[in-house]
Design a protein around this ligand. Sequence first.
Ligand code: ATP
Length: 905
Amino acid sequence: MENRLPGHTDHAWHQLTPQQALEAQQSTSSGLGEHEAGERLQRHGHNRLPPPKRRGPLLRLLYQFHNVLLYMMLGAALITALLGHWVDTSVILAAVLINVIIGFIQEGKAENALDAIRNMLSPHAMVLRDGERHEIDAERLVPGDVVLLVSGDKVPADLRLLSVKNLLVEEAALTGESVPVEKSVAHCQADAALGDRRCMAYSGTLVSSGQATGLVVATGADTELGRIGAMLQQVQALSTPLLRQIEQFSRWLAVIILILALATFILGILWHGQNPGEMFMMVVALTASAIPEGLPAIMTVILALGVQRMAGHNAIVRRLPAVETLGSVTVICSDKTGTLTRNEMTVQRVVSASRILDISGVGYAPEGAFHQDGKLLEPDNALLEIARAAQLCNDGRLQQDAAGHWLLHGDPTEGALLTLALKSGLDIATLQAQLPRSDTIPFESEHRFMATLHHDHAGHGLILLKGAPERVLEMCASQRDADGGDASLDADYWRRQATDLAARGLRLLALASKPAAAEQRTLRFDDVESGLTLLALVGIIDPPREEAIAAVAECQRAGIRVKMITGDHAETARAIGAQLGIGVGLPAMTGAELELLDDRRLREVLPNIEVFARASPEHKLRLVQSMQDSGQVVAMTGDGVNDAPALKRADVGVAMGLKGTEAAKEAAEVVLADDNFATIAGAVREGRAIYDNLKKFILFALPTNGGQSLIVIFAILFQVVLPLTPAQVLWINMVTSSTLGLALAFEPTERGLMNRAPRAPNEPLLSGFFIWRVVMVSVLIAGAGIGLFLWELELGKSLESARTTAVNAVVMCEMFYLLNSRSIFGSVLSREALLGNRAVLVTIAICLVLQLLFTYAPPLQGVFGSVGLSLDEWLRVLLAGLALFSVAELEKWVVRRFGLHAQAT
Ligand code: ATP
């Protein structure tokens, strides 16, 4: 094995000590150099699993034939051919082909939409290169890289752990075991099973708590996950409950129609003694007219376009049924920091035991000064001690780029503290060298503080801590005095000061310190629970996002309650909430208060509370459950690993794409690429619009089939010649349902969409009203077709011209009905409503041309048996269309006038 290139995966990595593993990878604990990493990337390729094998275009095209409806049509083609009806055979075959092409295009659209989503979800990794932390695309990891893991991360490659701190990893993706496994660095036996290799962290598993560093030993297809050939299921197939419902509906419809057709066929021959050949053609016409072939395919296109549009607006839908659920959301529970606020933090105030300092300047640039009572103050020792704590108990890093902009790597709260330290004139590098860090208790939303242990070169130990003031006050016994000495803690003073800062909408942090023994090298919770000295309170401003203010108002108009659930101080939360229009005039509730309520009481008070403060992830879960129990449909945001249960439980879990952990994203239905509340509101709007368009399309498409079936059934019942031949029926189906209907996929969001109340989640699609509308329009279309057909015959015209008139009448009705269909209840009698969707106008124009070709082009006349029409006949056709349009608008008017649409939906 000596001559192996670094990064080769045949080592039993779990058997090696960390040092041996580093040597085998020719790496060090401070990571690879950029150059070396680049070379290894060339050699090993990107760290990604090979994409699932796709069928080639030809195979994909052929696969489209694999469909019961098409088998039926192919069967019909065979029989018509045997009967010698060549024309019908070729039309049926053409119809099959068009269906296959639509299916092919639909699949392409769906795949594009899913690919776009997949690409937006690619994870990142924190890696050490040349000893410095960098956040890179996980795809660029190479063997030999040293990766940092924190709770909520998805392990980006197979790692030999180098150091761990309380690391628990959930390995369900690999071993199926859902209980998190505790990891260590000690090497294991050569024959240890995958699940027992405690010193390894495998790609695709989730860090449920703790921290670690690990050496990348395998990437991409070489990882254990790659070896077992598992594809991480990031996004499902493009389908939703509604789509499945419709697919099932059309399958049932097909079966029923077949049985009916068969019965008609047998009865017709046995009872009426009809010619089997003629009867067969009638039955084919009936089948072809009644089955909505294009329905599921075009609905998928509508969904795919919608999902793509949402991704374009930064809302990535991971589980597609969420698209429908979004439209019925009644409550949105949102985080505050970064979602409703800008997450650009600046320290504005520092309060110590003896004075209040105001700090000027905005953003991370260290430009600003300290003022006491309006007078400039030069940083003194007391201030420097505070600044030192702010700077050392901190994981953020500020960097000035070439253009002079200050960039932050890390948590904005910590960035604000770094800027404060720089404004006081501290030199960060010197300080870090003087007081290197020995250990850390990282910040978690549960305990709301962070602590670090430092030692100077003389061996003196120092513990520094920062966190939420209530929490820190509990740990402190004394406070730093003006002269640098310690005095006993005046808890009341600090609480008053905290309330005052919070009421200004400032975010609060308390800073404290404590000496430590020279030999103490690790930091435990016990070490910081008591005996600290409070140094200062810090007030940080984080202004609300402008667009969030507008989005909150939009949601409220749409009948959606917006609730803010934050880890911040109650007063801060209320003040920021008021600026956003959330919880104005209502009390705020803290997590502690929430715990005192039983479930029943909680349900009672919930409607009157919009701001929840000092809330932890468990509180979020309880809130979701409680709201769902009172019949609400809840969207809940989250970012931390512990938010996962609440995200899963919520009807629509929304994870933050930027600051969210991978664990949260995995649990969520929707991921926000920009962490912005306004994006959630946009997604709800889009969800409503997609659902609307699906409904509009179904309402448009079904009467086409209904109308034609009625025409054929009429002919069979009354034993008149068929007004439409099978070939003509197929022509209409292809031209109208498929061409015209597609226009509705491009239907823009209806105005007033966000002024409606949310849709009831259990509302059946085919409600009584829907059925009424489909039947009404079907009857109108059939009436137009049959009426004009009989009228023509009455006038002594040829059968061909009567049929041509009937076909044109049906298509003309469809064209007008497409205009009606742009709004289910709203009137379309306005310029905007008639001309607002270009796709509608274009498809109508295409349809017109096709109808003219159908009527006048000799080849088509040959195929379809059509003949040219006179001006009179065209006029009657036009009138039939106009009549349908008017009746449909009249019906909508009646429905609106009597407020029936409230019951209808
Ligand atoms: P939201 O839940 O809306 O995002 P949040 O960011 O205020 O709100 P947390 O991150 O849980 O919620 O923070 C809660 C409190 O913990 C803050 O008000 C602050 O006092 C304290 N805190 C936040 N970040 C840190 C940190 N990095 N170190 C120490 N304390 C922190």
